[in-house]
Design a protein around this ligand. Sequence first.
Ligand code: ZN
Length: 545
Amino acid sequence: MTRYLGPVLLLLCLTATAPAGLIADSRKVAETESIYADVSDASTIISTIDSGLFTSYRGKDRAAWDKVYREKRKELAEHLSKLPSQGLSAGDAKAVAAMRTQLASFSDTISAPFSPANHCQDAKRRDLDYASLRKALVSCFVEVGGNLSFEGGKINRQGSLDLLHEIEEPERRKAVFAALDPLWKAINGNNEPDSPYRRMIAMAAADAAKNGSEIDRAARDAGVDNAEVEKWLEQILDAWRQSTSDQPVEPWSFSYQGAEADRLLAAAIPRASLQPINQHFYQDLGADLKQLGALYDLDPQPGKAALAYTEFVTHGRMVHGVWQPTIARVSAPYARGGLFVLNELVHENGHVINITAIRNRPAFVDWPSSLFAEAFADVPSWSTYEPAWQRRYLGNDTPEQLSLRALFSVVILDVAWSLFELRMLRAPATDPNALWTEITNHYLHIIPHPELSWWALRVQLVDAPGYMVNYGLGAALTADMRQHIQEVLGPFDTGDARWYRWLGEHLLQYSSERDTRMLLQDFLGRPVSPQALLNQIHRLGSRHD
Ligand SMILES: [Zn+2]
């Protein structure tokens, strides 16, 4: 089954009505797009090699792919410079614009995502530019965050966050929280005004003034302005504040308090079960991950990216009338199982099925907006916190209240980070510890510890300042999409064989061609709203006094 009808229809239409010049130009654009697809593939294959997944691909090693990359990139630049800027069909003009933007992002040096060659130590240097300072700070998550000391042994950041969900004794929880201190210090020193993070966020704000920020882009994609984004985030946080106990909680106990469902299901989700459960669920949704050819690299390795992510290996395209599928890969450092990790793996595979569902001309076989991508990936992953899902895939469930609490205590931290970054980018001289303390104390009832930079837990905060809004605001889109899919197809927490094909047709096939705001407006039949998420959080029930 293929939905790739675009060029065929376009050609029919052109032969009927278009002048010869337009057809010739369209052919030139198509040639350019084929070169573009080669550059894109070479780029993502090199970064896959650098991630350690394999050392050669299709018989070529890194050096050979690097040669292809440089030659094809040069060829692409030449072709793009020769294409006319005027007189193209609307579709061609849009494709050319997209390729010109992407050409600028094909850099000289490719490395695996989140594993830069820079060193954490460099973050102390005053002469680094914005990009280099961010790379140095990302390295801190690998070097320092990968080597934390706890109870006489070594753990990584993910391991310590897992333990914060699990350890029963408050004093040991406090100790594992304290084990993160070297990471916080590497990112934000002693919170002095010229700490590495505070210098970096000032540069981020300056860059945003010139080029726009992640917040600006997410607001545009949601169809609102930044003030409205801030209002939505505050409304979501307020819904949590009102729906949960107002008993003050220490920051090292916040996750524990939310994670009772995780603890009850821990034994049902050993590390080895993660992939089979994940595959089973997607199979039931009509997406056979094995058949889709996705590649997985899920074990922890020294120096490996400190977080889970999904990326293209190759980009799908038509070859002699047959669609060659997108190959996606997932990288993660999973040492353990559990519901939190399983939810994240299902999220990553939400990205996999998103990009493998793209059916479009090469210029648009790329990620959709970050806001859409993160929001969509949670559409299937939120099901893992529904008792019906747990019964089917784990053979064991938890009470709905506990499950919802586990899910939304993770979501609400993303929303808190979103508000934090929005305000930091607006006023970069703000004391980040004071701001984080204010947000978490007011909305999450967390006891103030302004002496600790404990907000510095997410790689995204230094890799792409403002990116957290794609999760925090994205949660509103996730809830909206889940609600709409359920209205049209019915519940899908325990599978629906039509699900993947239907979403491919209605939501995923266009990818970067379509503006997220219009795509979702067409899909939902109205603009995006935070109401579905607010309803979900209110499911947590009224205050338990
Ligand atoms: Zn994601």
